[in-house]
Ligand binder design. Structure first.
Ligand SMILES: N=c1c2ncn([C@@H]3O[C@H](COP(=O)(O)OP(=O)(O)OP(=O)(O)O)[C@@H](O)[C@H]3O)c2ncn1[C@@H]1O[C@H](COP(=O)(O)O)[C@@H](O)[C@H]1O
Length: 110
């Protein structure tokens, strides 16, 4: 699992909070504010849904990968704008996974 990419991208996104909006797409999103970032998350969500449906009919999943990357990227910008990073989400997923792991173990042990 390439979580180091997430960590490095998150570090770059933090740096962009103080960058010039003229030279950085991420800085330009921060400058436009949370509503613009949420608008992008919404747009990318819809594009991801369309790509998933198209993947079924065409059998080609490349657009789905591309649009999901756009969606993940914009959610990372949203989290960064609110002073959160991917670790918060990974910790929550790990917590849920560990909980379900414990439940599975308990049902096996019964
Ligand atoms: N991973 C990404 C990334 N994914 C998508 N995008 C941008 O997200 C935008 C999404 O596509 P759209 O067609 O919706 O965007 P648009 O028409 O330019 O935007 P709007 O005017 O509609 O808001 C494109 O401009 C993409 O270039 C990204 N821009 C930056 N990154 C990463 O963020 C880092 C910092 O980027 P900068 O802030 O540009 O230096 C880079 O090093 C990259 O690693």
């Amino acid at each position: 699992m390439k979580t180091d990419v997430l960590a490095e991208l998150a570090a770059t996104l933090e740096q962009r909070k103080n960058a010039s909006a003229d030279s950085s797409y991420v800085a330009s999103l921060h400058a436009k504010g949370l509503n613009k970032i949420l608008e992008k998350v919404g747009e990318e969500s819809i594009e991801t849904i369309i790509a998933a449906k198209d993947a079924i009919t065409s059998g080609d999943k490349s657009d789905l990968v591309y649009e999901t990357a756009d969606l993940w990227f914009h959610t990372l910008v949203m989290l960064s704008h609110l002073d959160l990073g991917p670790d918060a989400i990974l910790d929550e997923l790990a917590r849920r996974f560990n909980l379900s792991g414990l439940e599975e173990k308990a049902s096996r042990d019964q």
